[in-house]
Design a protein around this ligand. Structure first.
Ligand SMILES: [Cu+2]
Length: 331
């Protein structure tokens, strides 16, 4: 395949072409903004490698979770778009490694829970059914009335409805808010909640990474860590992406008991959209610090094929399972 991406053409655009795109002069000067505008202008076709989905099954399936977005069911009511989601809490056992299993609470039979996705301005309706044998709730990050804040316990066998407007756009999250919250999160009740901006972001291969910890002996320290549910999974099954393809990572840190972790990408730099709440990146770096519940959009493309690690640069955490690789495929 010829290299026809905006990234590949970055150095070949003439001043005249840039003027045509309005990129010269006092306005846009950053490389990131240039890529973004070129993307918008050229409407590049996004290529996503096929993946082996058979690597794991059931509650933990990190390969499936990478690009699995739940857009809910669309309904029209009184002239408004309603986006209805169904979330059921249950119980499961996961295998952290060949010797260690751990009892968790799951949402819709998975850990992390589904990546919910709406567009700014939609009415979001979440039907929550608790079958997890203990009182739970779903607390969404975002702007909503107090009665929709998800701090009221929903008993086992009961259901409730959370309904609010999707705002503001960004990368948000939801999680159980029943005390001890640390315990309810460590045992699996969390997920990402993406609200897309009114004007869609440029085309990209979009990938979700949720960083979490497991405190299996209840000592308020994590013994294991994971991206998307399973320790070291992407280390042994690297995530396939294409060379020169814009990658849009949605990254969430939901690791309890550690005050903050970083996310570091090897052999590259990424544009940061803090909390996903901007359309213009605020910085470019190769390591970013996230406190608990912080999340960002990180955008990058790889110039060279090969395998590249990503992990927190708290290497003790990386060495306990929060470790993965991208496998960059030549095109
Ligand atoms: Cu809970």
């Amino acid at each position: 395949m010829p290299n026809n991406s905006a990234l590949g053409q970055e150095n070949r655009w003439s001043r005249r072409q840039l003027l045509q795109l309005g990129l010269c002069g006092a306005g846009v000067t950053s490389t990131a903004a240039l890529w973004r505008l070129l993307n918008l202008k050229t409407q590049l076709k996004v290529r996503v490698p096929s993946m082996d989905m058979e690597t794991t099954e059931g509650v933990t399936n990190p390969m499936k979770m990478l690009r699995d977005f739940d857009y809910g069911t669309l309904k029209q009511e009184n002239g408004r778009t309603i986006r209805e989601f169904h979330l059921t809490a249950g119980t499961s056992t996961i295998q952290l490694n060949s010797a260690v299993s751990y009892n968790i609470w799951d949402l819709n039979g998975r850990i992390p829970g589904p990546t919910l996705r709406a567009k700014q301005g939609d009415r979001v309706r979440v039907l929550f059914l608790n079958k997890a044998g203990h009182a739970h709730s779903l607390h969404f990050h975002g702007i909503h009335p107090a009665e929709m804040d998800g701090i009221r316990p929903i008993k086992h066998g009961s259901a409730t409805i959370y309904e609010f407007d999707a705002e503001p756009y960004g990368v948000h999250l939801y999680h159980c808010h029943i005390e001890p919250v640390t315990r309810h999160i460590v045992k699996g009740l969390y997920g990402m909640f993406i609200i897309d901006p009114p004007t869609p972001r440029p085309p990209a291969d979009e990938v979700v990474l949720v960083m979490a910890g497991y405190d299996i002996n209840d000592d308020n320290h994590n013994e294991y860590y994971a991206f998307n549910g399973l320790p070291d999974h992407y280390m042994h099954h690297p995530i396939p992406i294409y060379q020169d393809q814009l990658i849009r990572l949605y990254v969430l840190n939901i690791i309890e008991f550690d005050p903050a972790v970083t996310f570091h990408l090897h052999a590259n730099f990424f544009d940061v959209y803090r909390s996903g709440m901007t359309l213009i990146p605020s910085e470019k770096t190769d390591v970013i610090t996230m406190g608990v519940a912080e999340r960002h959009i990180l955008e990058f493309a790889f110039r060279y094929p090969g395998k590249y690690m990503f992990h927190p640069h708290q290497d003790a955490i990386a060495e306990k399972g929060c470790m993965g690789q991208f496998a960059v495929i030549a095109q």
